[in-house]
Design a protein around this ligand. Structure first.
Ligand code: APR
Length: 321
């Protein structure tokens, strides 16, 4: 059986880590595309030369020619500029929309049957634009944001409670911006509600709420926290790892329930927009959006986040995309 072919569009920081993770996990053969001459060739050569040491056996090729992505089963897109300190993800809109339009046209031409995961920011707008330009079925086009936002949320909870992060289940819904919705009520440590554990820790429900509010706030601003420290770019290990979890679910038809930037067709009361929601990922892409009951406060935060996504999409169409 031939190995799966994975095309990575964008050979920068995230593209490099994606290449390495795919190789280490032997998820498939990699083609890494970038517009910068020699960059993808250099990165892929570097990763490939570790194959003896790390014992992986996949083909890894760098290219500046879209023809090489022909027949890709899966495409992961990171092409575009990252944030600099002081920038919001939305500040990247004009530059990255131009890039995404070209990327979508080429993926449509050379890998028309692929499933696509977009990582480029502003995420919700870039996924929307990719789908619009490519005309791909919405089931085959999704964005990575929620897996990372949820992993950050879970990490902060684990560090606060002094438990292994492996036992923390926590999910973040909504758009990939400051309005994202960490679901506190559903967060748990192997089934035990996180709020109950915090209340026991502090023996004070007011203090527990305050601590959780700080965790929620840190989660919302977590991307910016990394940008501020790195100074020259944005997070790249964790976004790559998150997209790989999604890629693996799709390539191995795992039916994992992962927070995904998925197209909503009435689910959660939203029609015609890409928003972060729980979804089942398998060989067909986004196989099902899973709805859950939100209380009034959660629903209003979710609505607020959806409004922010709608505004971003309006801004993008005003710019002619
Ligand atoms: N086609 C293909 N690649 C392009 C194009 C294009 N038209 N324009 C730019 N690129 C490439 C750049 O040459 C660069 O190598 O995209 C790559 C982006 O890499 P980095 O600048 O290192 O950014 P990275 O940290 O990987 O983030 C990429 O993901 O999380 C988001 O906000 C982040 O939008 C950013 C994207």
């Amino acid at each position: 059986m031939p190995r799966k072919k994975i095309a990575l569009i964008g050979g920068g920081q995230i593209g490099g880590v994606l290449t390495q993770l795919i190789a280490l996990k032997e998820l498939g053969d990699v083609v890494l595309y970038d517009i910068v001459e020699d960059l993808p060739q250099g990165k892929t050569l570097d990763v490939a030369e570790a194959s003896r040491v790390d014992q992986f056996d996949v083909s890894i090729k760098g290219t500046n020619d879209y023809k090489d992505i022909a027949g890709a089963d899966l495409v992961i897109i990171t092409a575009g500029l990252p944030r600099k300190p002081g920038m919001s993800r939305d500040d990247l809109l004009t530059t990255n929309a131009k890039i995404m339009k070209t990327v979508a046209e080429n993926v449509k031409t050379y890998a028309p049957d692929s499933i696509v995961i977009v990582i480029s920011n502003p995420l919700d707008a870039m996924v929307t634009l990719f789908q619009k330009v490519s005309g791909f079925p919405t089931q085959r086009v999704m964005g990575q944001a929620g897996v990372l936002d949820s992993s950050r949320f879970a990490s902060f909870i684990a560090w606060e409670l002094g438990v292994s992060v492996k036992d923390v289940n926590a999910m973040v819904l909504g758009g990939h911006g400051d309005t994202m919705v960490p679901l506190v009520r559903y967060a748990n440590v192997n089934g035990i509600p996180v709020m109950e554990m915090l209340e026991r820790k502090y023996n004070d429900s007011g203090k527990a709420k305050e601590v959780m509010e700080a965790i929620v706030q840190r989660t919302r601003m977590a991307g910016g926290e990394v940008v501020k420290l790195l100074k020259t770019g944005s997070a790249f290990y964790s976004p790559a790892a998150s997209a790989i979890a999604m890629a693996k679910a799709i390539l191995n038809d795992e039916k994992r329930l992962l927070p995904t930037c998925a197209y909503l067709n009435g689910e959660f009361g939203v029609k015609g927009f890409y928003v972060g929601v729980p979804a089942i990922l398998g060989e067909k892409g986004v196989e099902k959006v899973i709805e859950l009951t939100l209380n009034d406060e959660e629903q209003s935060m979710f609505n607020n986040s959806v409004e922010a996504v709608k505004k971003l999409i309006e801004d993008m169409s005003r710019l002619g995309f």
